[in-house]
Design a protein around this ligand. Structure first.
Ligand code: GAR
Length: 210
């Protein structure tokens, strides 16, 4: 059984997609052992409570230095004894110490087709605003492993979504969530839980049957 900790900052629709996928069998062999938010008011915490999943807030506001916060975050994750850490809309830079302790065991969902519209400053609605500004016709979402860079880790899965005339950043955000994020994040967790991924020369592939 893969033990998964989910880190969140906001509404938690991706967390909900994971919880629903565990319930309906789209994700197998997996237990969600806890949810951590940096934001006390994140609705995602209510979603965890509703499912009786251990949940807590570790906020930078409760610590004097960033280092103290980073240590507390790592302690909270370690306490959950998770095999995999899923960043589901977690808008905090992951401490290097955590990346080193959880090498290839942290995954993130990003609301664009990396390497487009990613890196520092690209999060949430800003990603969709930038895509509409550029006039691209295909957007989408990416699930990737987390390394020391911002959105630079090995790509696990991507799914494209068409931009349509009249789309606003809010409409596009919703489309990318519905048509891509809520599908590929649960799928990636299921692949990891069932040992279906391999990393060859730093690139991730779905294992082929022998
Ligand atoms: C999602 O669109 C996720 O891809 C994005 O934040 C949103 C969280 O929504 N993440 C990033 O932008 C990370 N760079 P949710 O709380 O409803 O899952």
């Amino acid at each position: 059984m893969l033990k998964v900790a989910v880190l969140v900052s906001g509404g938690g629709t991706n967390l909900q997609a994971i919880l629903d996928a565990v319930d309906n069998g789209t994700i197998t062999n997996t237990e969600i052992v806890g949810v951590i938010s940096n934001n006390r008011n994140a609705y995602a915490l209510e979603r965890a409570k509703a499912k009786c999943i251990p949940n807590l807030c570790v906020s930078p506001k409760d610590f004097t230095t960033r280092e103290e916060f980073n240590d507390a975050l790592l302690r909270a994750v370690n306490d959950m004894q998770a095999d995999l850490v899923v960043l589901a809309g977690f808008l905090v830079v992951i401490p290097e110490k955590m990346i080193a302790s959880y090498r290839n065991r942290i995954i993130n969902i990003h609301p664009s087709l990396i390497p487009s519209f990613c890196g520092t400053g690209f999060y949430g609605l800003k990603v969709h605003e930038a895509a509409l500004d550029k006039g691209v016709k295909i957007v989408g979402a990416t699930v990737h492993f987390v390394d020391e860079g911002t959105d630079t880790g090995a790509i696990i899965m991507q799914k494209p979504v068409a931009v349509e005339k009249g789309d606003t950043p809010e409409i596009l955000q919703r489309k990318v969530m519905e048509q891509a994020e809520w599908m590929i994040l649960p799928k990636a967790i299921d692949l990891i839980a069932n040992d279906k991924l391999e990393i060859i020369d730093g690139k991730v592939w779905i294992k082929t049957e022998a």
